[in-house]
Design a protein around this ligand. Structure first.
Ligand SMILES: [Zn+2]
Length: 311
């Protein structure tokens, strides 16, 4: 048994244009750091498959998926990028990357539930947690973690799954997909006010949101997690835990103004793993969301992976 590491070269071909922070170099920085630190040998590397669109349609409206496919195929044919909003851009390789990113999360879920892997991390892009049932936004097209969590519930027959989101931005897409679905509990913290300017008023009882002001430090976030997330997770007793693993709450990251460091990501991962070991047979699937300072991103992913892999 091992920690799976799902990725695919297609995820590096998605390119939203010069100077965009959600850039292909993010995955290269992670890969290079894993090799440089020797951590890669502790991981079971797997190629991310293309997602089955039936899985995508459990989290997204069929009409949205069809429209997105249409837009993406036009862009692929013309070779010209097309902006969906100010910062979410479709390029000629976006469709393949989006299919791989969601496919990674579903395949990781199956491998963990089948007992092939203890847990798994998906080093993929585009990220997913801002994608709602019917809207691409915030660099996201398919909500990879929501697609995987719905697969675990609807296809694999689990009754309770938790989604942990530690990205600096509120996971409004995941909230949109799971609000009021009592089979899921979402726990998150995020800087507020900050894009997408939501989450301060919880949408439903199964959304455990912890908005924090700019310049909050890691120690304060840890205390809030201990006081608010952990009791909710323990009462919920999830059978599997999904992590929207964004690393843009790092103090070096310019897209947010929180003060987390690598040791905080290690601590958060440990606490989530503790809950998973107690209630969920250790089953955790984590997927990359944000994280835009390349050095901080690579070091923080490594800290996260060291806890997942127990090395
Ligand atoms: Zn983010």
């Amino acid at each position: 048994m091992a920690t799976g590491y799902f990725s695919h070269p297609d995820c590096r071909r998605h390119d939203m244009g010069p100077g965009h922070p959600e850039c292909p170099e993010r995955l290269a920085a992670i890969e290079d750091h894993l090799i440089a630190t020797g951590l890669d040998v502790a991981l079971d590397r797997r190629e991310a498959p293309l997602v089955d669109l039936r899985d995508v349609q459990r989290a997204h409206h069929a009409g949205y998926v069809a429209h997105l496919k249409d837009v993406m195929e036009q862009v692929a044919a013309s070779g010209e990028r097309r902006a969906i909003d100010l910062d979410t851009v479709v390029g000629p390789h976006t469709w393949q990357a989006a299919l791989r990113a969601a496919g990674a999360a579903v395949a990781a879920t199956d491998a963990v539930l089948d007992g092939e892997l203890d847990n798994a991390f998906c080093a993929v892009r585009p990220p997913g947690h801002h994608a709602t049932r019917a809207q691409a936004m915030g660099f996201c097209f398919f909500n990879n973690i929501a697609v995987a969590a719905r697969h675990a519930l609807d296809v694999r027959g689990l009754q309770r799954v938790a989604v942990v989101d530690f990205d600096v931005h509120h996971g409004n897409g995941t909230e949109d997909i799971f609000a009021g679905d009592d089979r899921a509990l979402m726990v998150s913290f995020f800087q507020h006010p900050l894009y997408p300017y939501s989450g301060d008023q919880p949408a439903a009882d199964n959304m455990c949101n912890v908005p924090v002001p700019a310049y909050t430090k890691g120690m304060d976030v840890r205390e809030l997690i201990e006081m608010i997330w952990i009791p909710r997770l323990e009462r919920f007793r999830p059978q599997m835990i999904f992590i929207s693993a964004g690393f843009d709450a790092h103090r070096d990251d310019d897209l947010g103004q929180l003060g987390l460091v690598e040791a905080d990501y290690e601590w958060i991962t440990r606490r989530v793993m503790d809950v998973a070991e107690r209630y969920a047979k250790g089953r955790v699937v984590s997927s990359l969301e944000g994280g835009y300072h390349l050095g901080a991103l690579a070091r923080s992913v490594a800290a996260h992976l060291r806890v997942l892999a127990g090395v």
